[in-house]
Design a protein around this ligand. Sequence first.
Ligand code: ADP
Length: 320
Amino acid sequence: MTAIQLTGVEKIYKGKVHALRGVDLEVHPGEVFGLLGPNGAGKSTLVKILMTVIRPTRVAGTVLGKPVGDRHTLSRIGYLPEHHRFPPYLKGRQVLEFFAAMSGVSKKDRKKRSEELLEVVGMSDWGKKKVGGYSKGMRQRIGIAQALMNDPELVLLDEPTDGVDPVGRREIRGILARMKDEGRAVFLNSHLLSELEMVCDRVAIMVTGRVLRQGTIQELTEGKRGYAIAGLHPLGDEDVSAARDALAGLELRTEPGQITVLTDDPARVQPAIDALRSRGVVLSSVRPMRPTLEDLFMETVSSDESHGKPGAARGKAATR
Ligand code: ADP
């Protein structure tokens, strides 16, 4: 059973804002899946459709094996909405006890379950303090704890690390890893590319209401990985030609100070190293290279724009 399987999801707000234009997407059980896209791409709209908060214009697919929109399935899903707010006068553990009650946890177990989850998110010492005095990272951690209250099989997190400082982000990454170890599927929305790169098994890149690419980072960088060879001094044109001649047709990219040979096989790079060394070039490094998620993302956004599609992405940085 896939955790989420969607085909052709569309959402037109108020008959005119075409927020989703046929989204196809698959999230496997037990994986951390990242949906990334610039602001306005439609990420929250998609999550709200999965949570039955808003009605799709068109949808086909399943969540935990049931049709999208099935309300009974919600009891098996945890949800952290974007920009959530808890009453500032409540203490962290009161917030959790409230969510425990809403999730149907029996009265006698609410306190225990809340304490357990405070522990999971590293907030045991703060449970007796009021939410109003929490940092953004602490509020997010309480938000994640409430999303785990019903022991969900699937957790949907809308921008879990937005506005959280680096230490808090690292702690949240640890919590996500634990969710995965516990066998939960995790779906998270983010515009923080480096963040997603660190935690996700698979990612989808969404631009103006469509998923343009999805897969593991390994799959998305297929044919784009290579080895960068850098010289102690800038490589001259003749050095580059000698390396190219030695490479038997492998693709080569040149940048100031280094050349990159596009192959996964280090053995095939050696002739270029030999050719450079025989010309007296002093090499300072030979490193495996692969495009970052940011590179893939920028490439996807710009190829979308060059096809003349209206770009919600245009002018909005992916790394707000
Ligand atoms: P993201 O989460 O990727 O930032 P959203 O799903 O919030 O994107 O928004 C996608 C598009 O839908 C945007 O153009 C946004 O302005 C529009 N939109 C979102 N919510 C509404 C709404 N309630 N009414 C009209 N348009 C909306």
